[in-house]
Ligand binder design. Structure first.
Ligand SMILES: C[S@@+](CC[C@H](N)C(=O)[O-])C[C@H]1O[C@@H](n2cnc3c(N)ncnc32)[C@H](O)[C@@H]1O
Length: 310
């Protein structure tokens, strides 16, 4: 009885979603075909996404260091960026769950996806042997000068095209990202980043990534995109949310790629001032790359050779 009701609700949702994007259900081919064209022409390519961010960030750089830093995290000046970089890194990223899985950090390498102006990377440099920052903007020199002005030298900044990480496989102990993956233009790019995170982490390595919550959508859209599990928002302005994903979709994806999800928690805005009153619109996902031994235990047919190509 309960199962058949669940099935009916699922079918209704599926048909509703399909009817928005395909023409088959209500026989209004032309109308929906047209709609589809408009939607797909709005999809932003990787190059266009990278160009728009690079251009906006270059403009800010021309306006001076305070404006540059403000663009990434709405800080009032560079000093606030530095202070909040430490707070965000220690409060949001180095949580007790992460501590459980990281030993001897002075010997470890961390990687930040979307390091922006470098405020969090600056903090991370004090906690790890080396930190690698990847981003699509072109202001590496400005950020390098900023980090050096803070006495940091144990970092490497890499300009990437926006989907891959540009570092060796199994070379990183800890990967994190803050207020970045919500700005991706396509779900497909998120899938690529999860796979890249898996590729670049050492077995047993840990990742902590921040995603915009599905509840950011209005109720109608939550209903509409429920089965798909995510919504791309191509019309979003730069530095606004352009991708939201359902928690269960993400968890499934991470597990499929080879991670064990160890924690999912909500975010807070403007820590410490607003904590714990002001909840954020995102969730933190912690996952760990299963070790080779565990994977081989679980999939006895898999040989080490096959695992290498996996
Ligand atoms: C809001 S800023 C956050 C910067 C930094 N994480 C912080 O908290 O200060 C978002 C950053 O994500 C970067 N970004 C946008 N799309 C990206 C992509 N596909 N891959 C890597 N970085 C991206 C932007 O260039 C920008 O530096």
């Amino acid at each position: 009885m309960v199962r058949s009701r669940i099935k009916i609700v699922k079918d209704v949702l599926l048909n509703f979603t399909r009817s928005r994007w395909t023409s088959s259900i209500y026989n209004v081919d032309e109308k929906f075909a047209k709609r589809k064209t408009i939607i797909s022409s709005q999809t932003i390519s990787d190059t266009e996404h990278q160009r728009r961010y690079a251009e906006a960030i270059r403009k800010m750089k021309r306006m001076g260091m305070d404006s540059f830093q403000n663009w990434f995290n709405k800080s009032k000046d560079t000093n606030q960026s530095i202070v909040r970089g430490y707070w965000d890194f220690t409060f949001h990223i180095l949580t007790s769950k992460v501590c459980e899985y990281i030993k001897n950090p002075e010997e470890k390498t961390a990687l930040e996806i979307g390091y922006g102006g470098g405020r969090i990377l600056n903090a991370a440099c004090s906690y790890f042997k080396e930190v690698i920052g990847i981003d699509i903007h072109e202001e590496q020199e400005t950020v390098e000068a900023f980090l050096r002005s803070q006495g940091k030298t144990n970092f490497r900044l890499i300009k990437i095209s926006g989907r891959t990480m540009g570092v060796d496989s199994r070379s990183i102990d800890f990967i994190y990202s803050f207020i970045v993956l919500q700005h991706l233009s396509l779900f497909d790019i998120l899938v690529s980043y999860i796979k890249e995170t898996y590729r670049c982490l050492k077995p047993g390595g840990i990742a902590k990534l921040y995603f915009a919550r599905y509840s950011n959508l209005n109720l109608l859209d939550q209903f509409r995109y429920f089965i798909q599990g995510y919504k791309e928002i191509p019309e979003a302005s730069i530095n606004y949310k352009s991708l939201v994903v359902r928690a269960s979709k993400l968890k499934k994806l991470c597990k499929k790629v080879g991670f064990r999800v160890i924690e999912v928690v909500g975010s807070y805005k403007r820590v410490p001032d607003g904590y714990p009153r002001i909840k954020g619109g995102a969730g933190w996902y912690n996952f760990i790359k299963r070790t080779l031994e565990k994977i081989l235990d679980e999939f006895p047919y898999l040989t080490v050779d096959k695992y290498e190509q996996w």
